[in-house]
Design a protein around this ligand. Sequence first.
Ligand code: HXC
Length: 527
Amino acid sequence: MPEQDGPEKGDEVNRERTEALREQKAAMRLGGGEARLKAQQDRGKLSVWERIEYLFDEGTFVEVGGFVELRSEHFGLGKKKAPGDGVVTGFGRVNGELVYMAAQDFTVLGGSLGEMHGKKVATIMDMAIRNGAPMITLNDSGGARIQEGIGSLCGYGEIFYRNTQASGVIPQISVIMGPCAGGAVYSPGITDFVAMVKGTSNMFITGPDVIKTVTGEEVSKEDLGGPEIHMAKSGVATHIGEDDESTLNWVAKLLSYIPPNNQESVPVVPPVARTTGLPFSLQDFVPSNANKSYDIHAVIDAVVDPHSFLELQEAYASNVVIGFSRIDGISTGIIANNPKHLAGCLDVNASDKAARFVRFCDAFNIPLLTLVDVPGFLPGVDQEYSGIIRHGAKLLYAYSEATVPKLTVVLRKAYGGAYICMCSKHLGADMVVAWPGAEIAVMGPKGAVNVIFRKEIAASDDQEQAAKDKENEYIETFANPRMAASLGYVDDVIEPDQTGHFVRQYLWSLSDKHVERPIRKHGNIPL
Ligand code: HXC
């Protein structure tokens, strides 16, 4: 029997131990120290702990591996202090849901990734995968820790491997909140979403100095790999935030549309009713003249739950619009041609953008709504040389492969291969409906008449009139949805202003859709 089985009053040793632990943890939270934290602040950046506390629901973040330390001693590293080896890892709640995180601390050895840093990130990723919760990485780092050589390369390799194993299993979001250089960019490159912060973030494989040495080109960091470049030109960025806070707000919002893993069903929130009527009629909004443009965003907003559309890659390949929305509270992926840009046609970049989004939604059980107004694939030598065959094929593949509910509304033009590509019945769409003005044909009237009636028109006395007559005949036959509907490729022709109502009905009817595919290791999507 112990002498005393209740708590011993005033055990000084234990109290001192607890106090020492508190002091140690407080010191660890200072990362690289006050001066470096101040430098971070002066650049308009939050510290790593401020970021964590801002994103996670109050008091819910739990650190994992905080005591892990730098192991290498090369090139003076042994004399350096590196709390947590430059990264904070752990989990907590965002919008009440479990989320895992690795957040690099630039104040510790420039957030550079060494052996133990890499191990910590890999460990937390393993936990996220095992427990089926989203993985978020806050990147703010000088890249591979040069003094650790293979130790840091191994760290990156282990992370890339896990990014790949996690792909399609849990959502992965990278937030670039500082530099992200060299091979470090490939972890974000594999993840599903990449948010960048205006003014403080950049991403590149080789920086301006190396580029100048090798190619002689002179370019600033911002012009090489700033957020605007990755949004408008490379297509790497999904979103640009104004500052750390607004970028993290966006991450929390994004998470609300996606399930925590591929086994869970799509998030459903209580539907928000439209309190006022639409500011315009869809029937009047979309011009009947197929050569006139309009902005598809207005149509999207009119169909989905009010203020629910979260657009992704907004300024990249704007001829196609993608994003999450809610329809009767159900998260739904939207893919829509936008006639305001390049007449809404499909080109290399738009095909890539839409295909990757379709695959994300399919992997995470998010239904797809496709709004079609497409004149075709963008013609041009540049497009052909850039591999429009390969890239357009990705979209065909992605839609054909997808087993989630697939709804398609043909608003106006749907020509040629692009008609097939935009989730037609032939690619397994569950419901395809068309507006009365839909034109489903191999090509537009002018081009078609030029091909099939060229000789006849050339032989006529009044060539202009003959061409017009033939065009009208073609329009009468094809510039309406009747033929497609009579063959069952269009399930219904609906009034434009009833689109929202019908889409809700279809989505509801497909909520238990289940499709089994033949067993295979994986397909071979054209890359
Ligand atoms: C070790 C690094 C580091 C690195 C920065 N530091 N990057 N230490 N390895 N990769 C250290 C600096 O020495 C400095 O330490 C502190 O972090 C802050 O860095 P500064 O240069 O003072 O900050 P700043 O002026 O803001 O410049 C940030 C920077 C710059 C642009 C990121 O540090 C930089 O260019 N770093 C090197 C980037 C790089 O080439 N990385 C390797 C990429 S190759 P002290 O103690 O002096 O304050 C790569 C391969 C990965 O990543 C392959 C994976 C497959």
